[in-house]
Design a protein around this ligand. Structure first.
Ligand code: TXA
Ligand code: MG
Length: 316
């Protein structure tokens, strides 16, 4: 399959929507990362996502919709969920909600669960495509399973861990402004839980709900998002975290000082998140072990540290 590269203009968006209606897979820009989209109602199209990524099929996908009204045709939104949807959609927030019996979503999307993860992306090109397509799009990050998530169209097509030749097209809207996947919130035992830290800081959600989120990952007995596999976002090189200084033969990623690889010379966590995955890729291309400076664990730093821990985890 030859992967088409589509511009973010009207004809690119029309073509992307046409390919999606035909049951093809298209990599699309969102404000967090590029997603590999397919029609969420079409089981064969969704199967093609899993095949292109080499993704274990027990790991469910996020459904992207244009807005709250469309979300309500797929899932029930209890008052607590509605409050978050109204506060943060469109944006970098995914809600795990009870799946409606008449949702019409392919069972492969939810991996047979009775819940569904839903998100309304804010990126203008994603919004334009959803309006043009006029239906729900299932989309995981547009990388080979377990590899670093893509924040540019070039990453999607990267010969190393990319999807060139495995998908119909990529819609290019430049680099993703947030740069790290959405924050996932669910209510596994009736209380709001942080299932994955991400591009919307947990502190902002806690301020909105006026209380603390459960953090299942800190509690080994609590449920977590399926598919939060230990090794993920993996570069080819070994990764050493919280390194104050590099050792001989290591490529060093600094946090708050200028260097060859720096997440943010001014120590700005928003900038660091936006640059994280691209910096990891560029550091990895040096072909040596990578050491990363300590990164503050508040705000977007929590999501950055989560991704780095998985990138450093033992490979399965
Ligand atoms: O920013 C993002 O969220 C990006 C863009 C493309 O939207 N998407 C993304 O998708 O990160 P993916 O597939 O890489 O991660 C989806 C996560 C997985 O950890 C999966 O286990 C979890 O969402 N998930 C999906 N459905 C779920 C459900 N019903 N219950 C619990 N977790 C679920
Ligand atoms: Mg992913």
């Amino acid at each position: 399959m030859k992967t088409q590269r589509l511009a973010q203009d009207e004809s690119g968006i029309l073509l992307a929507a046409d390919l999606l209606r035909q049951g093809q897979t298209v990599a699309i820009p969102t404000e967090t990362v590029y997603g590999l989209a397919a029609d969420a109602r079409n089981g064969q199209a969704v199967a093609a996502i899993y095949a292109a990524k080499g993704r274990p099929s027990f790991n469910p996908l996020i459904v992207h919709v244009a807005g709250l009204d469309q979300a309500r045709t797929i899932a029930d939104l209890p008052p607590a969920a509605l409050e978050l949807a109204q506060a943060f959609w469109p944006g970098a927030l995914t809600l795990v909600l009870p799946l409606r019996a008449d949702a019409g979503i392919a069972s492969l999307v939810t991996a047979g669960l009775d819940t569904v993860a839903i998100r309304v992306p804010a990126a203008p090109v994603a919004q334009a495509l959803l309006a043009q397509f006029d239906g729900p799009l299932a989309a995981p990050s547009a990388n080979a399973s377990g590899r670093i998530s893509p924040t540019t169209a070039q990453h999607v097509l990267d010969p190393d861990g990319g999807l060139d030749g495995r998908i119909a097209a990529v819609l290019d809207a430049g680099p993703c402004p947030v740069g790290i996947e959405s924050t996932i919130i669910g209510w596994p035992h009736g209380r709001a839980a942080l299932l994955r830290p991400g591009g919307l800081p947990a502190e902002a959600i806690e301020a909105a709900i006026g209380g603390a989120l459960l953090r299942p990952e800190a509690d080994p007995d609590a449920p977590t998002a399926p598919g939060q596999l230990t090794s993920h976002y993996a570069p080819n090189a070994a990764l050493r975290l919280s390194a104050e200084v590099p050792r001989a033969g290591e490529t060093y990623i600094d946090f708050a000082r200028a260097g060859e690889f720096t997440l943010s010379a001014t120590g700005d966590l928003t900038e660091a998140a936006a640059r994280l995955f691209d910096t990891l890729r560029r550091a990895d291309s040096m072909g040596q072990p990578i050491a990363v400076a300590p990164i503050p664990d508040h705000g977007l730093g929590a999501a950055i540290n989560d991704r780095l821990r998985r990138a450093a985890a033992p490979r399965g």
